[in-house]
Design a protein around this ligand. Sequence first.
Ligand code: ATP
Ligand code: MG
Length: 238
Amino acid sequence: MLEVEHLAVSFGTLRVLDDVSLAIPPGQAVGIVGPNGAGKSTLINAVSGTGQVSRGTVRLAGRDVTHTSAARRCRWGIGRSHQIPRPFGDLSVFENVLVAAERGAGLRGRDAAAQALRSLEATGLLSAANTMAGAVPLLGRKRLELARALATSPQLLLLDEIAGGLTEGEADELVSTVLSLKQAGVTIMWIEHVVKALVQVVDRLVCLAFGRIVADGSPEEVLASREVAEVYLGGALA
Ligand SMILES: Nc1ncnc2c1ncn2[C@@H]1O[C@H](COP(=O)(O)OP(=O)(O)OP(=O)(O)O)[C@@H](O)[C@H]1O
Ligand SMILES: [Mg+2]
């Protein structure tokens, strides 16, 4: 579904990603872990088309999308959430998700509204549908990010830290939402520091550090690896 090959991203002289290669087969869920500043969000930006690529290629379902606009990639099936939520603050929660259904999935009228409602229901936001997005607290804004991504009908869903700061019950709810997407066949790349939530969903873990992949394998293998222990300096991943 997704093939990233020899990806490099630099901002001026700062090399943030360096020769990253990663393939995710259809239907697989991959978790991305790594310390702050490792380049995880930069990877999502390069795949979704909102960030620049200095070298390398990004392919979606066999098609080279390295230079394709983010809007077109979205129509072709890439949905994403943002680490820092960016709703339209002066639109309601429902309207925010409706825009995603219309612009991201190309739906119109009742179909768009029905899709928006389904996305709100799946993310537990139905009761906040008429609240102005700018007035929604952080937890709700994180859910809104997920709802907006879902409304675009993604085949490949990129999630950037959606579980931080949740209570255990809330995290469990989130895990079951993402699991049901996976069971529906959506391919998932999920960046998350809350490893406990991540391992309940993913088939595979990739650890990124200093712009390079330092481990890639089953969650058990990766969490037990020396390379990962070293980049976390013995603890933060507990
Ligand atoms: N647009 C940009 N211009 C300049 N530097 C950037 C830009 N975007 C990211 N960086 C830098 O690239 C590095 C990696 O950032 P990135 O956001 O990808 O890390 P991350 O792994 O997502 O970290 P975190 O876990 O804190 O979210 C950081 O040093 C960051 O300051
Ligand atoms: Mg990040």
